[in-house]
Ligand binder design. Structure first.
Ligand code: PLP
Length: 421
């Protein structure tokens, strides 16, 4: 029943019962960490054979044990051009982390500018980025570190509010960038529509050196057969004459091993010339052995898709379990709203305004640690204090079931308190 339609006495009675359930969970001394979207051990086991690969020469005889190959080995570029949907000569295969590549691109833009002749962003009085929110906390942390002012843009069900984006980039030269996760977005799970992609590609920007940081971390991470399709922004930008506008990133962190995967990026040839110049000063070359191991293990795009189905078989039931519990415990009460993603790593839940922090704190007191409330917004401040990121992949099904029940109890108690205020 809708909580709003219950009178104070009925709500208080219901709360007393919920408190009993909460105390019961508290006495179980649970210790679950659901703060980050990490693969579970069964997922990591899928790639165990990759560690046995002993080869060290590429098809054209490069010895991967030695220095060199600044932008990646040819077969890695060939294979991963499918993930990035760009030509092999439009990509760089890097180290172990896409986040690291994003950081480096931003650091480069701050120190040297995004292209020859442009003023380094760090020399400008102010640099602003559009941040569709809720979004990825680590993106926001990078912006904050570099003193980039983050402007929240609402995330709609088909991507960022494009009217706001178009207006802001057209009127303000200090808006130099936008950073986002376009497919199975972290945390809202949505995929940008074709129309959003087209508008991003063709919009007029006041800053000539405006760039989109397109973090396609979940490009092949479907949870079901149909999956979502994301239109290729890089191609769309080429078609509108804005080919320098976008940097596309992804990695195998959630295909193989987080922290020991392969990261990559795609961009225009002009952008890549700038970036490669810097990389060749930063390093004598990436971990080519890891790149080769990945190519030998993952083999082809078809095989990657098959491999991702194995991941989905492991984590799909966890997503289903969370959604089922949310439905049973909260549906129709009009105190929480959540998405049903077709892929990615998260379920995003909105509570009544002003409740998220209290829910997260109360869950932690019962041993269920979630991503800090507010973390999904710039500066860690959710203006409505209502968004909670649920990361179902790491805990076992049994742990997850208990954890979500605890969260549902906390949401109900905190909501009742708010309604009784
Ligand atoms: N980008 C997004 C959107 C993520 O959710 C994550 C990890 O959770 C990363 C990047 C990290 O990627 P990597 O391990 O390649 O640095």
């Amino acid at each position: 029943m809708e909580f709003m339609k219950m009178d104070a006495k009925a709500l208080q009675k219901y709360k007393d019962e919920l408190m009993r359930q909460y105390e019961d969970f508290q006495s179980q001394k649970l210790k679950y960490d659901m703060s980050r979207g990490k693969p579970c051990p069964e997922q990591l086991d899928l790639c165990a054979d990759m560690l046995n690969l002993k080869e060290y020469k590429t098809a054209d005889g490069i010895d991967c044990r030695n220095y060199g190959g600044i932008d990646g080995i040819p077969e890695a570029k060939q294979l991963f051009s499918n993930l990035l949907e760009a030509d092999p000569d439009e990509i760089i295969i890097g180290g172990n982390s896409a986040l690291n590549m994003i950081y480096d691109t931003i650091a480069g833009a701050m120190s040297f500018g995004v292209s020859a002749g442009e003023i380094p962003w760090g020399k400008l009085p102010k640099v602003k980025f559009l941040c569709p929110s809720p979004g990825y906390d680590r993106h926001f942390a990078i912006c904050e570190l570099f003193g980039i002012e983050m402007i929240i843009v609402d995330m709609n069900s088909d991507g960022p509010d494009m009217d706001a984006v178009e207006r802001l980039v057209a009127e303000d030269e200090e808006v130099k960038g936008m950073i986002c996760v376009p497919k199975y977005s972290n945390p809202s799970g949505i995929t940008f529509s074709d129309e959003v992609v087209d508008r991003l590609a063709r919009m007029k920007t006041k800053a000539k050196d405006f760039r989109i940081f397109w973090d396609n971390a979940y490009c092949v991470h479907d949870l079901n057969e149909q999956g979502d399709k994301l239109k290729n922004l890089f191609k769309a930008c080429k078609e509108t004459g804005n080919e320098d506008r976008v940097y596309v990133y992804t990695s195998t962190s959630k295909i193989t091993f987080p922290g020991a995967g392969v990261a990559m990026m795609a961009s225009s040839k002009a952008n890549l010339i700038q970036i490669k110049k810097r990389i060749s000063i930063q390093t004598i070359g990436p971990d080519k052995l890891n790149q080769l191991r990945h190519v030998k293990f993952l083999k082809s795009m078809e095989n990657i898709k098959e491999h991702m189905k194995k991941h989905a078989m492991i984590i799909g039931p966890k997503f289903t379990a969370v959604l089922d519990i949310l439905d049973t415990q909260l549906k129709g009460k009009e105190i929480a709203w959540w998405n049903k993603p077709n892929g990615g790593y998260f379920i995003s839940l909105d509570t009544l305004d002003g409740c998220a922090k209290k829910v997260v704190a109360m869950s932690a007191e019962a041993g269920v640690v979630m991503t800090g409330a507010g973390a999904t917004f710039p500066y860690g401040k959710d203006p409505r204090d209502r968004n909670i990121r649920i990361a179902p992949t790491f805990p076992s099904l049994e742990e997850l079931t208990k954890a979500i029940k605890v969260i549902c109890i906390c949401i109900q108690i905190v909501s009742i308190d708010k309604l009784l205020e």
